[in-house]
Design a protein around this ligand. Structure first.
Ligand code: AMP
Ligand code: MG
Length: 400
């Protein structure tokens, strides 16, 4: 193993030890709560469903009734209504799905198994007590914890919350992230390139990745490789944001000033993380803000954001740690790798004719080749000490 490279797990442990959840919250409507992070355990004030009710269109009656002769039809109860009298043995009522079970009834028989002639209903099969009845509290019982704090609210969660009669939730406030690109060579994509210049592109992927996570983004544009300007931008950013993200300028090149500036205005840990792509990575604090310095190569900034920065963002928002789900697949082509860094190879996975999950590298893996990410559908994650993986071997797939 090469020395001096920090395993990803150690880098994450270091970062998460320094990062604590912001404890400011806000109340939002359920319509605005998608993907927000629940700030408190949510306890149900009610049972869902609130009362025993019918799972079928049919007839409700008491299971002690004598089904060798027809039961007397006493009336009907539709969803949204109630049956006000007590039902006696050998009586039945017409009932629709969702309607409350009348007092005295303990069974619902579906319409298809009955024959009704005027006010007499014959039952063609024997029944089991409780059949076709949805119990009060079967989905959610009153006073139970429905969703734990720190949960990212999914569409299903929002429906669940509405089902217990709650229309607003307390969530952690949105995390504010300042985004800064550094580099003398960088030009906005609507600008004109002079010799030696390239279009700035990293922020567009980072902006989208941040947006997906409900982050408030504060853009600081492109900053020149000039320690004074970098210092100014970082200071301003740290006063407005919970997390400051830069890309570029974290290597050991002549124009890499991030470390120097951070040493002056904050605290910095500068690591060579055992990750490919993306070796140089800086982490620290400026005042109250957390700082992550991503490498400038487009694929490196993308992969290090997903692998190293997202967990920090999750921690800031009080979210439970999410670890990416890894699936097992068979390599349909060789994967080339040298031991030393965990490799996130941009790959394509697919099902073969027998339905087996297969994966192959998505072409060249250079850290500047954004097409390798854009046309891929997964990473094949090759462990730090792994060397070449021959076709036919098992690999781990992390779906996009
Ligand atoms: P650096 O990390 O600053 O040494 O940059 C590494 C490589 O990534 C260089 O080829 C830069 O031109 C390129 N690069 C840096 N920042 C960006 C950016 N924001 N968008 C596109 N390419 C970048
Ligand atoms: Mg640079």
């Amino acid at each position: 193993m090469k020395t001096g490279l920090m395993p990803i797990a150690d880098a994450l442990a270091n970062m998460l030890a320094v990062t604590s959840a912001i404890n400011s919250t806000e109340e939002v409507s359920l319509f605005d709560a998608s993907k927000r992070i629940l700030a408190n355990d949510l306890i149900s004030p009610v049972n869902v469903p609130p009362v025993d009710n019918s799972a079928m269109d049919g007839y409700a009656f008491n299971s002690m009734s004598d089904l060798s002769k027809p039961l007397i039809l006493m009336g009907k109860v539709l969803a949204g209504a109630t049956y006000d009298r007590d039902l006696q043995v050998d009586e039945c009522v017409r009932i629709t799905t969702g309607a409350p079970i009348p007092n005295g009834a303990d069974v619902v028989e579906m319409q298809e198994n009955t024959e009704a002639i005027s006010n007499q209903v014959s039952f063609l099969q024997s029944v089991r007590k409780g059949q076709n009845i949805r119990q009060a509290g079967e989905d959610i019982s009153q006073d139970s914890t429905v969703i734990a704090s720190g949960t990212e609210l999914s569409p299903a969660h929002l429906s669940l919350i509405a089902s217990i009669g709650i229309s607003k939730v307390i969530v952690t406030r949105k995390i504010r992230v300042a985004l800064i690109a550094t580099g003398d060579e960088l030009v906005e994509p609507d600008g004109i390139l002079q010799p030696g210049q390239i279009y700035e592109s990293n922020r567009y992927a980072l902006h989208a990745l941040l947006s997906e996570n409900n982050i408030d983004i504060i853009h600081f544009g492109i900053i020149k490789d000039d320690p004074k300007r970098i210092k100014q931008a970082l200071k301003a950013a740290s006063e407005q944001a919970d997390l400051v993200i830069t890309c570029g300028g974290v290597s050991v090149g002549d124009a890499d000033y991030i470390k120097q500036v951070l040493d002056e205005i904050g605290q910095i840990n500068f690591w060579k993380v055992a990750i490919k792509p993306g070796k140089p990575f800086a982490f620290g604090t400026i005042g109250k803000a957390i700082f992550c310095g991503l490498p400038g190569n487009p694929v490196s900034s993308y992969v290090t954001f997903e692998t190293l920065v997202l967990p920090v963002l999750n921690r800031l928002s009080g979210q439970k740690r999410k670890t990416p789900m890894l699936l097992k697949a068979t390599a349909s082509e060789n994967f080339y790798k040298r031991p030393g860094r965990t490799d996130f190879q941009r790959s394509i996975c697919f099902l073969d004719d027998s339905g087996n999950l297969m994966a192959k590298p998505n072409g060249k893996q250079g850290s500047g080749l954004m097409t390798s990410v854009a046309n891929a559908n997964c990473y094949v994650v090759l462990e730090q000490q792994q060397s070449n993986v021959p076709k036919g071997s098992q690999v781990q797939v992390q779906l996009f």
